[in-house]
Design a protein around this ligand. Structure first.
Ligand code: PRP
Length: 206
């Protein structure tokens, strides 16, 4: 059986749909279920739903043979000791510096306060512009930070732009593109080649 870790949320929903379209049946799965582990009817695949920064941890340690997670998360939280074997072309998003709509002059401040789930990516971006920053690491709902005066700007991914729009924010600068990647445990890559190939055929975008 192939053990797969999926990043909870949008990526997991898309991959579960591809698996279902590809003939894998998970009778107890639904998009809004709180269950975290699913095995398909024929016992070919076990899926675990994990927080995105943990996907590479599961794969690295062999708790999953393979995982699907955004490249943004891999860059921020580490991708060493796993193989990145495929760009799935789903979960496309862009990294942006954003802030309150119409207030982009804030970028000229001497020291900018930046809130982000991606402190490492944010630091590199501003270092490249020789802009001193004070970074605040958050774990979610980052768009709140400029609204309540916690930060001047945020560095976060934008997919549809809805979250920015609905909170009166705008992107000041887009600076990186990302998509979901299939990563693989190094031992499983050798030992479970056939199962992995079958899985890849189902989940890869045409
Ligand atoms: C991500 C990201 C943005 C939002 C962008 O958050 O951090 O908040 O999605 O998507 P959009 O452009 O389509 O609106 P996520 O939904 O993962 O939740 P979180 O804030 O709890 O991390």
């Amino acid at each position: 059986m192939l053990h797969i870790a999926l990043a909870k949320g949008r990526i997991a929903r898309k991959v579960m749909k591809s698996l279902s379209d590809g003939g894998y049946q998970f009778p107890d799965y639904s998009d809004d279920s709180r269950k975290l582990i699913f095995t398909d009817k024929e016992g070919r695949i076990r899926v675990t739903l994990v927080k995105s920064p943990d996907v590479a941890v599961y794969v690295r340690r062999g708790a999953a043979d393979a995982g699907i997670v955004g490249k943004d998360v891999l860059m921020e939280d580490g991708e060493e000791d796993v193989y990145e074997i495929l760009d799935l072309g789903i979960g496309k998003c862009r990294m942006a510096v954003s802030g309150i709509k119409g207030k982009r002059d804030v970028m000229n401040k001497r020291i900018l306060t930046v809130a982000s789930k991606y402190p490492s990516i944010a630091r590199k971006y501003f270092a490249g512009r020789f802009q001193p920053i004070d970074i605040i690491k958050l774990n979610g709902s980052v768009e709140l930070a400029p609204l309540v005066g916690l930060s001047d700007v945020i560095v976060d991914i934008v997919e549809t732009g809805t979250t920015l729009r609905e909170n009166g924010l705008e992107a000041y600068d887009y600076f990186m593109d990302f998509s979901a990647r299939l990563i693989c445990n190094k031992v499983s890559f050798k030992m479970k080649q056939d199962e992995l190939n079958q899985f890849i055929q189902v989940v890869k975008k045409d």
